[in-house]
Design a protein around this ligand. Structure first.
Ligand SMILES: *Cc1c(COP(=O)(O)O)cnc(C)c1O
Length: 342
């Protein structure tokens, strides 16, 4: 995409910085399928330690880490409980059915946020007619919820419920560092609450590729075999892992800038005449509503002014802030937002 555009389509559009490329260039690598890439191992250990989990597994995508986790935590004929807006259900190509042979029980949380009160009645007791409820998946932050996030205090009773009922609990943490930034919760406390955590390096953190699945040693051993069967075993992947390590060292603190930028955009949008409502902004995602069926037209008008964004429905538009959008670029975007004809 042309660099002159202000690209708000996703936080996945970032390109590696000079420092990150330098770290990649100097990475010590080996064949990771043989377990010999020390940079991959270092990344997996670093993240496992951060989240107080036993082990990690570097994968090419967040879809793969989520799907491997679901496969590890279910048997065919089981049921996965998640919000209707969740990425694992909507945006992973039907992978739950394809890879794991499991059915899905969809809940309707407020902006994708689940509670024990919503989950408990949907857990099946044993009965030969029922699918076996074996896994709950939470997303933090919730993409379709406009970057809404859980505080750990909201996760704790869900963790207790899952433990009492014998269900596993997985976190799709594609934007977990945004959630940690917004809530002030500690990453280390997360390990005690989940059986599996998927952490993405290529969204807000700005690495070109990769997610890491965190869990206990036994699950990661199983996950490593499933990754192989999925075709996700990578050889000298240390070049990519080095970008992830660099991102963890340099790009976490700055996420608060993305959140401030998102808040400033939301403020401008709330003043624009063509905007009906703006979802509350908690992190780096802004979703706003326009008149019925107008979303595509507004997106095209933005594009003509040099601002790229996408629709999330016929009447909703999404903007995502990230490290390739400077304060100056946000100011330019605000000018475009305020002066659009609509
Ligand atoms: C982006 C994303 C993923 C994983 O996406 P990949 O493109 O496969 O890395 C998973 N969950 C959520 C909530 C996401 O936004």
């Amino acid at each position: 995409m042309n660099n002159d555009f202000l690209d708000f389509r996703s936080d996945t559009v970032t390109r590696p910085t000079a420092g990150m490329l330098d770290a990649m260039l100097h990475a010590k690598v080996g064949d990771d399928v043989f377990g010999e890439d020390e940079t991959v191992s270092a990344l997996e250990k670093k993240l496992a330690k951060m989240f107080n989990m036993e082990a990690g597994l570097f994968c090419p995508s967040g879809t793969m880490t989520n799907q491997i986790a679901i496969k590890c935590f279910t048997q065919p004929m089981d049921e996965v409980i998640c919000d209707q807006a969740s990425h694992v259900y909507r945006y992973e190509g039907g992978g739950i059915a394809y890879h794991s042979g499991a059915s899905v029980r969809l809940l309707h949380g407020e902006r994708g946020i689940l509670t024990p009160q919503l989950i408990e009645p949907e857990i099946n007791e044993y009965n030969i007619h029922y699918p076996n409820s074996s896994l709950v998946v939470l997303e933090n932050t919730v993409n379709k919820g406009g970057g809404s996030c859980y505080h750990l205090a909201q996760i704790e009773p869900i963790h207790q419920l899952c433990k009492a009922k014998g269900l596993k609990l997985h976190l799709d943490g594609a934007r977990i560092f945004n959630a940690l930034q917004a809530t002030g919760d500690e990453a280390t406390s997360y390990g005690n609450h989940f059986d599996g955590i998927s952490v993405c390096l290529s969204k807000g953190l700005g690495a070109p590729v990769g997610s890491v699945l965190l869990s206990d040693k036994e699950t990661i051993k199983k996950a490593t075999k499933i990754r192989k069967a999925f075709g996700g075993g990578m050889r000298q992947a240390g070049f990519l892992a080095a970008a992830g390590i660099y991102a963890l060292d340099h790009h976490i603190k700055r996420l608060k800038d993305d959140h401030n930028h998102a808040a400033a955009l939301a403020d401008a949008l709330s003043k624009a005449h063509y905007v009906k409502s703006v979802m509350p902004v908690e992190t780096n995602i802004v979703i706003f509503e326009v008149e019925a069926d107008q979303a595509n037209q507004i997106v095209n008008q933005f594009k003509a002014k040099g601002l790229l964004c996408g629709t999330t429905s016929a009447k909703t538009i999404r903007l995502v802030t990230h490290l390739d959008l400077s304060a100056d670029m946000i100011d330019r975007a605000i000018e475009i937002i305020l002066h659009l004809q609509g």
